[in-house]
Ligand binder design. Structure first.
Ligand code: 3PG
Ligand code: MG
Length: 399
């Protein structure tokens, strides 16, 4: 891999130089209060930012948050993230109230050596995500003007062909930050020669989001355990009735085809927790998958499923997990996700947790992060890496 790293940049000396860092500070916010509900992605970039601060760089951090539509939208402001980042760094973070406007220009110009600035949400600008090369390029020009060098530490966004990820590195000397490097190192172990048995657990709501990774993984994994909302489309493909559970009707045939080709590698739930409604206090029961009542919906996998999946995980030498098994945010439907997470920590295996949601679940359930081999900050990014796709952000660093 011909990627230059943060250490290469530090060796050149960065004291007094402006270093533009693309981070993925896209953290979950509490719907009611707007408070940061999981700061894992902020903590994940501290090694890179800390090293630059210590080396006396003027550090200009940029990120997206949520999916605003190319114009300022206060609910997606990075302002609370600037506060939290400052607490974690132990030094104030100078927040620019725009991304490339007057506030950003003066904030960057006023930085002293070893200080950190955070620009407002990149996606408040249409140029960030534009499909039009010229529009993206014009925005990248404005961003690149804030740095003498560029560090990509936004692993969660490397699968996006966006201005700050793909076009800025074409304009500045560029290196991979510590997080991006570690993520690629770990995930390349899974695509290389993983120690066997290699067991993958997939959850989350949609089969359509996971189809490409299932296709890519089927030939390489020893077992593929499927839970979460997407299991109901697979159950339907087996001829079962799934009540009012999440169902992607147009994916049923695809799931049937996958099951036929899987040679028994795919394990599906045998029992599920069904509820009267999608609500924390809804009445609920555990039923066999062939007994889901027509008026109820499945919101978690059941205890027998957890036991079966755990048995498969206990044999594994390599584990990758992406996607919760149920609606873990509601305590009544968290047991499946907790059970699987615990089984992963107990296995004598190298385990990788991929995905914003699964990583947040690990922390929300109070599990010990250090009992996993690696917790990726990338959801879509880690899946696309495992699919073997070219990631625009990584390709841009290679050039
Ligand atoms: C993520 O949360 O997966 C990353 O931050 C990328 O966000 P996006 O899916 O909105 O591009
Ligand atoms: Mg995403």
């Amino acid at each position: 891999m011909s990627i230059r790293t943060l250490d290469d940049l530090l060796a050149e000396g960065v004291s007094g130089r402006r270093v533009l860092v693309r981070a993925d500070l896209n953290v979950p916010l509490d719907k009611q209060t707007g408070a940061i509900s999981d700061d894992g992605r902020i903590r994940a970039v501290l090694p890179t930012l800390g090293a630059l601060v210590e080396a006396g760089a003027k550090v200009v951090v940029c990120s997206h948050l949520g999916r605003p539509k190319g114009a300022p939208d206060p609910q997606f402001s990075l302002s609370p993230v600037a506060g939290r980042l400052g607490e974690l760094l132990g030094a104030p973070v100078h927040f620019a109230t725009d991304t490339v406007g007057e506030s950003a220009r003066s904030t960057v110009a006023d930085l002293a050596d070893g200080q950190v600035a955070l620009l407002e949400n990149l996606r408040f600008n249409a140029g960030e995500t534009s499909k039009d090369e010229a529009e993206r390029g014009a925005f990248a020009d404005q961003l690149a003007a804030f740095g003498d060098a560029y560090v990509d530490d936004a692993f969660g966004a490397v699968h996006r062909k966006h201005a700050s990820v793909f076009d800025v590195p074409a304009r500045l000397p560029h290196v991979a930050g510590r997080l991006v490097l570690r993520e690629v190192e770990v995930l390349s172990k899974l695509t290389g020669a993983p120690e066997r048995p290699y067991v993958v657990v997939l959850g989350g709501s949609k089969v359509s989001d996971k189809l490409a990774v299932i296709e890519a993984l089927l030939p390489t994994v020893d077992r593929l355990l499927i839970g979460g909302g997407m299991c109901f489309t697979f159950l339907k493909a087996q001829g079962l009735e799934v009540g009012t559970s999440l169902l992607e009707k147009d994916m049923v045939d695809t799931c049937r085809n996958l099951l036929e080709r899987a040679n028994g590698k795919i394990l599906l739930p045998v029992d599920v927790v069904v509820a009267d409604a999608f609500a924390p206090d809804a009445a609920h029961d555990t039923v066999r998958v062939d007994g889901i009542p027509s008026h109820r919906l499945g919101l978690d996998v059941g205890p027998e499923t957890v036991a079966g999946f755990s048995a498969a995980l206990s044999q594994a030498k390599t584990i990758f997990w992406n996607g919760p098994m149920g609606v873990f945010e509601m305590p009544a439907f968290a047991a499946g996700t907790r059970g699987i997470a615990e089984a992963i920590t107990k296995a004598d295996a190298f385990s990788v947790v991929g995905g914003g949601d699964s990583a947040a679940a690990v922390r929300a359930l109070g599990l010990d992060e250090s009992s996993f081999g690696h917790i990726s900050t990338g959801g879509g990014a880690s899946l696309e890496y495992l699919e073997g796709k070219t990631l625009p952000g990584i390709a841009a660093l290679e050039n």
